[in-house]
Design a protein around this ligand. Structure first.
Ligand SMILES: C[S@@+](CC[C@H](N)C(=O)[O-])C[C@H]1O[C@@H](n2cnc3c(N)ncnc32)[C@H](O)[C@@H]1O
Length: 228
C-alpha cells in the first residue's frame, strides 16, 4: 500500500533517517500541540498492528511521521470549517485519521471496501476515542451519500477517481486528491473527462508544517456558470 503513497523529492537524501523521522514528529507536534498525544498514539498503532496486519509495508515503520502523517496532514488548511469529509480508500486511515485528530470540527467518513482494513479502522477509531469519525465498508462507486469534500491518497489515477467519486461531491463539494509529482500528468490525462463533466482541476502546493516535506494536491470543483 505504501509504495504508491504520494511523495515529492526525497528531503531525507543524505540525512540519517532517524533524524528525519524525529524532526518530522517534532515539527508536527509544534504545529498541532493539542493533537500531539493522539498523533503519537495513532503512529504507535500503525507501527505495531498496522504493520503486523500487513496494512503498511514493514519498512514503512521508520517513515510514519516523515512520509505518511506529514503527507496526510498537508491537506488540513485546504479543508473548510465544520465540513463532512469522505476519505475514499482510507486503508490504514490515511489521510482521514490524522485529519480527524487535528481537526475535531470536521466529520470524517472512512470509506474502505476491504474487511480486514475496516476492522483495523474500527478498532483504531475506538482506541483513539475519535468521536468525529465513522467507518463505512464500501467501494466509492457503491456509496450513495454526498460530502462537502472527498479526500484520497494513493488510491487511483485522477481519471478513475473522478469516475468513482464525482457523485459523492457533485455539484457543491470538491475532491482533494493527494498526488505529489504526478499531479500535472494526471490532470492532463483526465482533461476530456473534466471538461465533459463541467469540472475544474487546480494543483495546490501544500505542507503540514514549515519543516516537513510538502506535496501537491489536485483540487476538483464544479465549473461555475459565468453570467453574460
Ligand atoms: C494503496 S491503498 C492506500 C491507502 C491509504 N489511502 C494510504 O494512503 O495509505 C488503496 C486503498 O484503496 C482501497 N480501494 C481500492 N478501490 C477502491 C474503491 N473503488 N473505493 C474505495 N476504496 C478503494 C483499497 O482497498 C486500499 O485500501
Amino acid at each position: 500500500m505504501s509504495s504508491d503513497a504520494p511523495q515529492d523529492g526525497p528531503v531525507s537524501d543524505g540525512l540519517d533517517p532517524e533524524t528525519v523521522e524525529a524532526d518530522a514528529r517534532a515539527a508536527l507536534h509544534a504545529r498541532f500541540p493539542e493533537a500531539a498525544e493522539q498523533l503519537d498514539r495513532y503512529v504507535a498503532i500503525l507501527r505495531s498492528k498496522g504493520i503486523e496486519w500487513g496494512l503498511l509495508g514493514p519498512r514503512e515503520g521508520d517513515k510514519l511521521w516523515s512520509r505518511h502523517v506529514s503527507n496526510s496532514l498537508a491537506i488540513v488548511d485546504v479543508l473548510g470549517q465544520g465540513i463532512d469529509v469522505a476519505d475514499v480508500g482510507s486503508g490504514a486511515g490515511l489521510p482521514g485519521i490524522p485529519v480527524a485528530i487535528v481537526r475535531p470540527d470536521v466529520y470524517v467518513t472512512l470509506l474502505e471496501p476491504l474487511l480486514r482494513r475496516t476492522t483495523f479502522l474500527e478498532e483504531t477509531v475506538e482506541k483513539l476515542l475519535l468521536r468525529n469519525v465513522r467507518v463505512v465498508r464500501l467501494r466509492a462507486e457503491d456509496c450513495d451519500e454526498q460530502f462537502d469534500v472527498v479526500t484520497c491518497r494513493a488510491v487511483a489515477p485522477l481519471e478513475k477517481l473522478l469516475r468513482w467519486t464525482t457523485p459523492l461531491f457533485y455539484p457543491a463539494g470538491e475532491l482533494v486528491a493527494l498526488k505529489g509529482s504526478s499531479a500535472e500528468r494526471e490532470v492532463s490525462e483526465a482533461g476530456s473527462l473534466l471538461s465533459r463533466s463541467r469540472l475544474r482541476a487546480e494543483i495546490l502546493e501544500v505542507r503540514a508544517a514549515p519543516d516537513v516535506e510538502g506535496t501537491r494536491v489536485i483540487r476538483v470543483t464544479t465549473k461555475t456558470e459565468t453570467c453574460r
